[in-house]
Design a protein around this ligand. Structure first.
Ligand SMILES: Cc1cc2nc3c(=O)[nH]c(=O)nc-3n(C[C@H](O)[C@H](O)[C@H](O)COP(=O)(O)OP(=O)(O)OC[C@H]3O[C@@H](n4cnc5c(N)ncnc54)[C@H](O)[C@@H]3O)c2cc1C
Length: 397
């Protein structure tokens, strides 16, 4: 169901009116440090999430949060192009980042809209869009990351429900999540392991769910281990069909990879390197200028790739096309952090407490290592593109 068609430009005006009344426009030539500064402040990670939730709620109240979602599930019933307008406009303002809500608003939302029953959609989507409920992704395990099919978390049938036992790891924002997209093995005897996996919605408040935060290389605590001991779920929590979770999860992962912009877009990364060069008085350095141009071009190309993915023309619309986005986005993020450190020189290696530039440069260099891993490592993306898109021989199993 959709409301009466709204022209994209009219929608853009609506978005601008909303943002104008709340946030100043960002100076297009100034480096955007809001995210970096918040995340480097003690307690900043919580603040980062709180700010995102507050913005998402205000957007939802104004009818702008999920333009592409059907009206009956809390959206406007418009198109992905309308939703993209919101993302574009948000980058023009000094507004909080919605990145901490990415798992819910990108992965869970797309998975639910594609594979859930109408009843499940009505139950879960509206509060997700209003940021009243947070989501996490419970796929990876200690011995099942790239090789997700090796997962050991088991869900065993009992009457009309299931009892789940196992352990998940690297579960981003799980300590704040109300629900998780859980992958579990429901048929260990299936001919192919993929045919024995089911996806469930896990209520994170269920008895037997224990979440333990993990500290990452930068001191942040957004990662968690999740232990599941005799956790009960019912058939109403199954997304898609029993033993068809692998197919459902491939859609989730495709969406995760294609949505990977890594904080890039709208020239943010280009501004970041220009800001670093200006601060170090190296804007006239020919080599630095060349490398800045490289980052700016790669960022622009990433945006074009995203447009082509959205209109279905990337890799001829192949489902593995999201891997291209992931490779391009992850590489850009890391390249940008390395350039900022090279420009900053010694100050990115040894900095005083008051030197925020050095601190952020060094922090970014460590933090962006994740870009090659999260959502599937770059090696795995290359395998997928080689085998599925280019048709090269499959790697030996
Ligand atoms: C920031 C961040 C957030 C994350 N958030 C979540 C989350 O919310 N939920 C979740 O479920 N998971 C999450 N993850 C986990 C992520 O999906 C896994 O880390 C990733 O899939 C890799 O798995 P692994 O860590 O087990 O590494 P492994 O699979 O053990 O890989 C180790 C190394 O071997 C290489 N390798 C493995 N197999 C092959 C192969 N066939 N060919 C070539 N090279 C290979 C890999 O490329 C890698 O370099 C997150 C990870 C990060 C970094």
């Amino acid at each position: 169901m959709s409301e009466a068609p709204v022209d994209v430009d009219v929608f853009r005006k609506e978005v601008r009116t909303f943002l104008d009344s709340r946030y100043p426009l960002r100076d297009p030539l100034t480096d955007d440090r809001r995210e970096d500064i918040i995340s480097r402040t003690p307690g900043g990670e919580g603040q980062f999430v709180d700010d995102a939730v507050a913005l998402q709620r205000a957007l939802a109240e104004a009818g702008l949060a999920a333009a592409h979602v059907p009206v009956e599930y809390g959206g406007r019933g418009l198109t992905p192009a309308h939703h993209k307008v919101l993302e574009q406009e948000l980058r023009r303002y000094d507004a909080p980042s919605l990145r901490p809500l990415r798992i819910g608003m990108h992965l869970a939302l797309a998975t639910l809209l594609r594979s859930a029953t109408d009843e499940q959609k009505a139950r879960y989507v509206p509060p997700l869009v209003r940021a009243e409920q947070q989501w996490c992704q419970l796929f990876s395990e200690p011995d099942a990351g790239s090789d997700l099919v090796a997962l050991r978390t088991r869900a065993v049938r009992t009457g009309d429900g299931w009892v789940v036992n196992g352990q998940k790891v690297w579960s981003s924002y799980a300590s704040r999540a109300d629900f998780g997209l859980l992958l579990a093995c429901t048929d260990p005897d299936a001919e192919r392991p993929q045919a024995g996996i089911t996806m469930f919605v896990l209520d994170m408040a269920s008895p037997g769910v224990e979440v333990r935060p993990l500290v990452d290389i930068c001191g942040g605590e957004h990662f968690n281990e999740v232990f599941l001991k005799d956790v009960r779920v019912t058939d109403s929590h199954v997304i898609g069909e029993v033993n068809h979770g692998w197919t459902v999860s491939q859609g989730t992962l495709g969406g995760e990879r294609s949505g990977y912009m890594g904080g890039s877009g709208g020239g943010r990364r280009a501004r970041q390197v220009i800001g670093a060069a200006r601060a170090a008085s190296r804007l006239d350095d020919a080599v630095v200028r060349q490398r800045i141009a490289d980052v700016a071009a790669a960022e622009r190309m990433l945006e074009w790739l995203r447009d082509r993915y959205a209109d279905g023309s990337l890799c001829g619309g192949h489902p593995a096309a999201g891997s291209m986005m992931k490779l391009a986005g992850g590489s850009l993020e890391q390249r940008c952090a390395e350039l900022v450190c090279d420009i900053a020189g010694m100050t990115a290696q040894a900095w005083s407490a008051a030197d925020r530039d050095g601190d952020i440069a060094a922090h970014d260099l460590a933090a962006t290592r994740q870009a090659r891993i999260a959502g599937g490592t770059h090696e795995i993306q290359r395998n997928l593109l080689a085998e599925r898109v280019l048709g090269l021989p499959r790697r030996p199993s």
